[in-house]
Write a protein that binds this ligand. Structure first.
Ligand SMILES: Cc1cc2nc3c(=O)[nH]c(=O)nc-3n(C[C@H](O)[C@H](O)[C@H](O)COP(=O)(O)OP(=O)(O)OC[C@H]3O[C@@H](n4cnc5c(N)ncnc54)[C@H](O)[C@@H]3O)c2cc1C
Ligand code: FES
Length: 281
């Protein structure tokens, strides 16, 4: 059954927000969970995380960066058109209760995932600080929405200093750990960023959860594509995660498995771009 696109908004050159009618899915979503979608019946399934949803109105929203063929094709779907299928909610929800003083780090498009998590942590009575990072001001995602949340502080960091402080998200994270005001950390973003956030909090013994993004095919624990090593054990990102203890994740293995199909992805993207005359990316 196709799913109607209700709204599409371009947030930056390569980042889009899409709202889709999916009442049965919206009724069950919890923060940190994801969906699998296919743009059309010939396409591959890709995982995207819910950035918002409304159970009463029956819609779900996600934010995605155009990085290859499927996200490129998705960016062309307009309000009133449909996507072939959307399955979810998948994965275990993020733990948000009884955490105390939390720091949520959202890097790049990972901020879209961090948004409902930070909101739920604040609503659950935790004291929440959000660190939002991006390479430049143009690539910051949802900064205005984070400002409206009932959180203690929003710290913005860009690599080039075009917005907020200049530098990496790990710097304010370390300062907060030094000040002894962090009971729990959560990092969501590129694998390399999560790896360094976990390395930053490790010496302080601050429990640190990361939301992993291995390649997924079915999203239901059957194919093994999303295999990750955590504390020497094999886990499946889709059903055991996507959240894991950042101090136990084998990030080198994760990053090398993320690149397994790089050649095929490049070819598929190049072929799609030849067909498509748009200027995205
Ligand atoms: C649980 C989870 C949640 C995610 N949430 C978001 C999100 O909210 N917003 C967002 O922009 N991105 C998210 N991603 C990443 C997103 O799924 C990929 O960017 C997308 O699949 C790329 O497909 P493509 O064909 O456009 O690019 P491709 O050219 O096929 O791939 C580009 C890169 O994306 C990754 N990728 C490719 N296929 C998959 C796949 N089937 N599963 C996972 N990663 C893949 C690989 O690292 C690859 O190198 C999430 C990934 C996971 C696992
Ligand atoms: S995506 Fe197939 S087992 Fe997780």
């Amino acid at each position: 059954m196709p799913f109607e696109v209700l709204q599409k908004r371009q947030l930056s050159e390569a980042v889009f927000e899409m709202t889709v009618a999916a009442p049965a899915v919206a009724a069950k979503v919890r923060p940190g969970q994801f969906l699998m979608l296919r743009v059309d019946e010939h396409g591959e399934r890709i995982p995207l995380t819910f950035s918002d949803w409304d159970a009463e109105q029956g819609w779900v929203r996600f934010i995605f960066m155009v990085v290859g063929k499927t996200t490129h094709a998705l960016s062309h779907r307009e309000a009133g058109e449909t996507i072939a299928d959307l399955v979810g909610p998948l994965g275990k929800p993020t733990r948000v209760e009884g955490l105390g003083r939390c720091v949520v780090v959202g890097g790049g498009v990972g901020a879209a995932v961090a948004y409902p998590v930070a909101r739920a942590m604040a609503e659950a009575g935790n004291e929440v600080t959000v660190i939002l990072g991006a390479r430049t001001a143009d690539l910051l995602v949802l900064a205005d929405e984070f400002e409206k949340l009932p959180i203690s502080e929003l710290i913005v960091a860009t690599d080039d200093g075009s917005e907020g402080r200049k530098g990496l998200v790990t710097e304010p994270l370390k300062e907060l750990c030094d000040a002894g005001v962090v009971d729990h950390a959560m990092a969501i973003g590129p694998a390399i960023m999560m790896k360094f956030c976990a390395a930053t909090t490790r010496p302080y013994g601050v429990p640190t959860v990361v939301s992993l993004n291995p390649i997924m095919v079915d999203g239901t624990g059957m194919c093994g594509a999303c295999r990750v090593s955590v504390g020497g054990e094999t886990k499946f990102g889709c059903v055991d995660g996507p959240d894991f203890d950042g101090h136990l994740v084998d990030f080198e293995e994760l990053m090398s498995r993320q690149r397994i199909y790089a050649d095929e992805e490049r070819e598929a993207d190049a072929a799609y771009r030849q067909e498509c005359s748009c200027r995205t990316k």
